[in-house]
Each structure stands twice: as C-alpha cells, then as structure tokens.
Design a protein around this ligand. Structure first.
Ligand code: ATP
Ligand code: MG
Length: 244
C-alpha cells in the first residue's frame, strides 16, 4: 500500500471499439509496475479484457492489481476514492461505449486522459466524437484535465500513417503525446504495429517479458516517460521514496 493519499488517475478512453485501449492500458500499467509504482488496473469494460490479460498465468507475470470497476456503474467514483488511497496510480480501461455510466464517471475524475487511436480513416473519423466527450467532461469537471492522443498499431514507414500523424499534430487542443525534452524537437510517442503487444497478452505480461522485443519495450518506456512527466511523477517510484 502506498503512503500517497490520492492516486493519480489515468483514463484510457476512446468510444471506438478496437482502438487499442486495452493494449495501451496493460502495457502502460505493467511498465509503471516494473518501475516500482503501486498500480491498479480498473477494468471499466464488462468484456473484462484487461482483467483477463492480468489474470493470465495466474497473474504472476503482471506487476499491478486488477479490479473490475465496471461493476459499480454510476457509483464508480465512490469506489475509486477508496481505491485511490491504496494505490499510487490507477489506470482505467474504458469500454468502447459511452453508454457505460462508468466511462463518464471516469472522465470526470481523471488526472490525465489517454486516447489511443489506430490511424486508418474510420478510426481517425471516430476520434472527433471521443475528443468532444473529453472536452465536455473537462468543462463539467471544472478541472484542467490534460488529454493526449496516442497512435497505436502505427506503421510510421507508411505514407498514410505519417500523414495521419501530421494531421493529429495540428490539433493543439488535444495534442499527440510527445517525448519530453526540448520543445522544438519533440518526437511523437506511438506504439508500432507489433506482435509483441498481442503476444504479451497471452502470457499476462508486458512486452518486457518477451525475447527480441526491444523495439516494443523502447516505445512503451517512451510512452511511460512522457506520461509520468505530464503527471509530475518521477521516472521510478524508488525516486519518490528517495525524495521524501
Ligand atoms: N500496437 C499494436 N500492434 C499490433 N496490434 C495491436 C496494437 N494495439 C492493439 N492491437 C490489436 O488490435 C486489437 C484491438 O486492441 P485492443 O483490444 O487493445 O483495443 P480496445 O480499444 O481495448 O478494444 P475494445 O473497444 O473491444 O475494448 C487487438 O487484436 C490488439 O491485439
Ligand atoms: Mg478493450
């Protein structure tokens, strides 16, 4: 259990089905766990895809706690408050539907919203609706909730995907996640189209557990660095203890 009174809440949201929410959630949460953070993965999808991912191989390969938050529906936030005293970071894997009351609840209490998207035309078209809902949640919550788009299954060697990322970069209200560092030379953070992301699900782990998955690991680590930077958290939880 952490000493932090309030966990940081990262909501992984996109109402488009199959956009990479569960993949992003699990690679992100597991990597934060490897970095020493006490992480809760809150599965807000009745399909329980992330809960099943964490439970593979008896759960021994995944360094985070699993919680099926979708069961609480519109009472999610009361339950989240309790969970938030027990963990340092909560990653919420949303269902592909805004009809789920838990999705709206999650957006309102987020410290960061991550919107994974594939780069094909139907997914890019659907992104607009997802951004509008996040905008509405930010307005209703009265809080400045940062939101970042993360391209997933991206084929950056393909002209179409590079063009799609170029268009995403033009949206300053909902920026693409970029590496921290020199503002001018920031690189987009994306998850490539890689088998390691799917294969790691089969063993209930992140890509770190697979041999020959260095490129995948580098991408995830960059994503985690960028996200921790936005949240104002150190690269590793050990650094937190060192500072206190
Ligand atoms: N970076 C990636 N590289 C290769 N395949 C990917 C990647 N990200 C996601 N996929 C694949 O795309 C499919 C959908 O991914 P995922 O389940 O993460 O999406 P989702 O948004 O959670 O879906 P749902 O809306 O059903 O909850 C899966 O088959 C997954 O393995
Ligand atoms: Mg999912």
């Amino acid at each position: 259990m952490s000493n932090n009174p309030q966990a940081k809440i990262i909501t992984v949201f996109n109402e488009k089905g199959g956009s990479g929410k569960t993949t992003t959630t699990c690679q992100l949460a597991g990597t934060l766990g490897i970095r020493g953070y006490d992480v809760l993965v809150a599965d807000l999808d009745p399909q329980e895809s992330s809960a099943k991912w964490l439970a593979q191989r008896g759960g021994v390969n995944f360094k985070a706690t699993s919680w099926t938050g979708h069961r609480y529906g519109e009472n999610l936030n009361a339950q989240l408050e309790t969970q938030s005293t027990k963990h340092e970071i909560i990653v919420l894997d949303c269902a592909p539907s805004v009809e789920q009351p838990a999705t709206w609840q999650a957006l309102l209490v987020s410290d960061l919203v991550i919107i994974p998207t594939k780069l094909n035309p139907p997914d890019i078209a659907a992104l607009h609706a997802a951004k509008l809902l996040v905008k509405k949640a930010i307005e209703m919550s009265g809080r400045k909730i940062p939101a970042r788009v993360v391209p997933v299954a991206a084929r950056m060697h393909m002209t179409d995907d590079r063009k799609a990322v170029g268009d995403l970069l033009a949206d300053t209200a909902f920026p693409v996640l970029t590496q921290r560092g020199d503002r001018k030379n920031r690189e987009v953070v994306s998850l490539g189209d890689r088998k390691a992301y799917t294969r790691s699900m089969l063993i209930g782990a992140t890509a770190h557990s697979l041999r020959g998955s260095e490129d995948s690991v580098r991408e995830i680590e960059e994503m985690v660095d960028a996200i921790l930077n936005i949240l104002g958290l150190p690269d590793t939880a050990a650094a937190t203890e060192g500072q206190s």
